[in-house]
Design a protein around this ligand. Structure first.
Ligand SMILES: CC(C)(COP(=O)(O)OP(=O)(O)OC[C@H]1O[C@@H](n2cnc3c(N)ncnc32)[C@H](O)[C@@H]1OP(=O)(O)O)[C@@H](O)C(=O)NCCC(=O)NCCS
Length: 315
């Protein structure tokens, strides 16, 4: 019996101009094959950013000179976020050797950092990762629920009636205020906290960004909360979805009902745009947010998991 060809590491290092097109083309092809997005928005934007002084690092593996898997790690507040894109049939386990190769490619590059913290995000539709991650020394530490709600006529009317007063974001004018509310509300949050002007700018320039979908609650002299909504086109597996992409209330104003009113404003805005399913992601241990979403009738649709690696086991 002939052995299958062994995978080999084709590249490991920071994303650079020469490899960016092949990397993005590969991710697009795998996503097209599977019929849904695999790479998160955040990592995609980080890879696309040609001007960043902190580009993501990437490891790419080939089989028979054909790209078969990539792992991409990007800096966050607390270390690095890792995602893996691999061409495989979800009904069958992916080739462990290939995933091991690309993940080790990144951990080898980053292990000299002190302390090193790598967080591997695995989507719910990729249950194989759980076994591979633990074999590579990653330990589960975070769960992210995707919650949904049907934007029926009744719910849309309820949300319209309960919504806070909001206005759309004004590009070139609201950035400073938005960043100060966001960074205060998400002070301890790994991905959403500590945003810079550059990080906000990147999203404002993204093709999906619509200033009117970023709803702000105005008060004299500023804003005290926001609800950033985002529309997702239907794909092979999913209907059109209207996401609450980020929501926050200024910490000095929490506990007074504004959070609920902002969620309602966001879903009411999406319902008015003709979207029938509302959706958002929430950390399973975000007690305040979970209580809020459940109180308006949202339900968990699926759960993504994050695994953390904090360096090689000590000898
Ligand atoms: C989550 C957040 C938006 C809630 O805003 P808020 O103005 O305090 O919320 P509200 O006062 O409108 O409360 C809404 C519901 O959530 C519940 N709730 C709010 N804070 C809670 C807490 N700390 N513990 C338990 N329940 C809580 C309330 O019981 C309330 O339900 P009720 O109206 O049936 O009594 C706010 O805490 C925040 O900005 N947090 C940081 C950013 C964040 O985590 N965003 C969500 C990311 S998914």
């Amino acid at each position: 019996m002939t052995q299958p060809p062994a995978p080999s590491l084709a590249f490991a290092g920071p994303v650079e101009a020469e490899i960016r097109p092949a990397l993005l083309h590969f991710c697009d092809e795998v996503e097209r094959h599977h019929g849904h997005r695999i790479l998160s928005d955040q990592l995609r934007l980080d890879v696309l950013d040609e001007t960043s002084s902190h580009p993501p690092v990437v490891a790419m593996a080939e089989v028979d000179s054909v790209l078969a898997a990539v792992s991409i790690a990007s800096r966050t507040n607390e270390g690095w976020t890792l995602e893996v894109v691999c061409q495989h049939d979800h009904a069958l386990a992916p080739a462990r050797d290939i995933i091991r190769l690309v993940v080790n490619g990144v951990t080898d590059l980053l292990q000299r950092e002190n302390p090193v913290r790598i967080t591997w995000w695995a989507r719910a539709h990729d249950p194989w990762v759980e076994h591979i991650a633990s074999a590579l020394g990653f330990v589960e530490y975070r769960r992210l629920h995707q919650m949904r709600i049907s934007l029926t006529i009744e719910n849309a009317a309820r949300f319209h009636d309960g919504a806070a007063e909001t206005r759309g974001f004004i590009v070139g004018s609201d950035e400073h205020e938005w960043l100060s509310v966001n960074n205060a509300a998400f002070a301890d949050h790994e991905e959403q906290g500590g945003w810079t002007h550059e990080q906000l700018e990147r999203r404002v320039r993204a093709p999906w960004f619509l200033a009117d979908d970023l709803r702000l609650h105005p008060v004299s002299g500023g804003i005290t909360g926001f609800c950033w909504t985002k529309r997702h086109e239907p794909d092979l597996h999913e209907p059109e979805l209207g996401e609450i992409y980020a929501i926050a209330v200024d910490p000095s104003q929490v506990g007074q009902g504004l959070g609920k009113q902002m969620v309602m404003a966001g879903f009411s805005h999406l319902a008015r745009a003709g979207i029938f399913i509302g959706m958002l992601y929430v950390d399973a241990d975000n007690t305040a947010a979970m209580a809020l979403y459940e109180s308006i009738g949202m339900e968990v649709h699926h759960t993504d998991r994050a695994y953390r690696w904090s360096g090689p086991p000590s000898a």
